[in-house]
Ligand binder design. Sequence first.
Ligand SMILES: Nc1ncnc2c1ncn2[C@@H]1O[C@H](COP(=O)(O)OP(=O)(O)OP(=O)(O)O)[C@@H](O)[C@H]1O
Length: 238
Amino acid sequence: MKSSTRHDAPAARTGTTSTGLTLRNVSLRLGDGDREVTALDDVSLQVDRGEFVAVVGPSGAGKSSLLAVAGALSTPDTGSVLVDGVDLGSLSPRRRTRFRLQQLGFVFQSGNLVPALTAADQLRLVRKLSGARGPFDPTELLRAVGMDHRADRRPHQLSGGERQRVGIARALVNRPSLLLVDEPTSALDRQRSQEIVALLRQETVDSNVATVMVTHDHSVLHHCDRVLEMEDGRLSSH
Ligand SMILES: Nc1ncnc2c1ncn2[C@@H]1O[C@H](COP(=O)(O)OP(=O)(O)OP(=O)(O)O)[C@@H](O)[C@H]1O
């Protein structure tokens, strides 16, 4: 457990002592009939809060499928996925959606920001969608990602790296347990790529979140605590 965190961890859940992401013997088949593919093949994984794990591997290896089951976007055929001890398979569709909004953060390839909204309003929207009430000031999070001076800018007025920084802040608004990051550097030059992944590492620690990052960019792997390789739906250490 890290000593200095911006956010407190939520109260422990019953049923398990593990926090962060837990996958137990997860398998996922996609397609149908003759064209069925085993996208995930008996995958087990533990990523603790405060830990930053990269997943690498060739195209079609199952990396997006891993993010999809961890993000409660796909339901595995067998095995279980737990986030802070909560078994996603035990949640009704409505509760799963709420859980996703409140406990999971997503960072996409190039920010995926809403074009019409300022940086500050991107954060306010996510806060509102989660159902949280009470005052919310996005300034602290924007400052944490070095974007408080761009709070009033819309995505088209930001650089690729700046958009990605806002996307990271937005993913952290609801103090998630788990941060899922998909190819965050694919639209960035080498220098910006290093800065963004260093920021992800910093936020993983400061926000005490379990972070899983899928990447093809091997130049950023030194920022990670662990690198896992995926091939044919199976995970192994790099
Ligand atoms: N909707 C789908 N229907 C059938 N098969 C699918 C579907 N989506 C993905 N697959 C197959 O599942 C396997 C895993 O795909 P996945 O997208 O998880 O790989 P990936 O490692 O993320 O690839 P990439 O690096 O190209 O994004 C591949 O064989 C892919 O062709």
